[in-house]
Design a protein around this ligand. Structure first.
Ligand code: ZN
Length: 151
């Protein structure tokens, strides 16, 4: 079921080059110079102890003007965490230091770069919707997707 969903999601977004992973305790999401993530929904298998998210910036623009990262919070916390992240600034990867709302986050990257982070799946509650977003100033409302604990 999950595999089928992944395939559909990848087809829908045109990410044909992304290989289907057997274990699926990891995902690669692409971000571009048009401020788009190519994947908008992620289901984390509950059999995974740790889940790894990789962000690949497929654009050409530098991180100072088109920086991207991934920050994961509950959907309820996303807007407030994004606002605090913007205030925290580039030196803090646009994430408020020690923010308890943040489940995991990556560094900010520019075009051609990629970055990876992982988090403990035990932090996710079944039935709660999570949101991953880019906290670079001005990006969080466009660059976001939802994440849930799957079966
Ligand atoms: Zn961004």
């Amino acid at each position: 079921m999950k595999k089928m969903w992944m395939t559909l999601a990848l087809l829908a977004t045109g990410a044909m080059a992304t290989p289907a992973l057997a274990a699926d305790c990891a995902i690669t999401i692409e971000g571009n110079d048009q401020m788009q993530f190519n994947i908008k929904k992620v289901e984390v298998p509950k059999s995974c102890a740790k889940y790894t998210m990789t962000l690949k910036h497929t654009g050409k623009m530098p991180k100072s003007s088109m920086g991207h990262n991934i920050v994961l919070t509950s959907t309820a916390d996303a807007n407030a965490a994004a606002a605090d992240g913007m205030k925290a600034g580039a030196g803090a990867e646009y994430v408020k230091p020690n923010d308890p709302r943040v489940i995991g986050f990556s560094t900010v990257i520019g075009g051609g770069e990629s970055t990876t982070f992982g988090f403990d799946v035990a932090q996710l509650k079944a039935g709660t919707e999570y949101t991953y977003f880019c906290s670079f100033p001005g990006h969080s409302f466009i660059m976001r997707g939802t994440l849930q604990l799957g079966s």
